[in-house]
Design a protein around this ligand. Structure first.
Ligand code: ZN
Length: 118
């Protein structure tokens, strides 16, 4: 585990949390008020990645970027199921790589030859 100096949370998150319908899932697609097309989720994720020095909080590997979008997701230190109050707490969030998630899915799909002779 690396020691992460938590900085101040992004303003987009503070603003979003004030909304009565604010939820962790709702951060996806929630407008930040800026016109660059970023949603609240990505602003928070970006900020987490930067303060972790671009390293995954789980495996310590550099978080890869695909076309400028980091291949990472937000993880809660205390799970939402245990403490829903902390679901939108910046102090309870970490950025982790999403590298292992789909690694094995596509490579074997075409190798098994199913021959249907009609
Ligand atoms: Zn990782």
């Amino acid at each position: 585990m690396i020691r992460i100096e938590k900085k101040r949370e992004p303003r987009a998150l503070s603003e979003y949390r004030k909304l009565p319908y604010a939820s962790y899932e709702g951060m996806h697609g929630a407008s930040t008020g800026r016109d660059n097309g970023e949603d609240v989720y990505h602003v928070v994720l970006d900020s987490l990645i930067k303060e972790q020095g671009c390293l995954c909080a789980y495996c310590m590997r550099t978080i890869p970027e695909k076309r400028g979008t980091p291949a990472a997701t937000i993880e809660h230190i205390i799970p939402q199921s245990k403490d829903p109050e902390k679901a939108l707490s910046y102090q309870n969030m970490l950025a982790v790589c999403s590298g292992n998630r789909n690694a094995k899915s596509s490579s074997f799909s075409k190798s098994s030859k199913t021959q249907h002779l009609v």
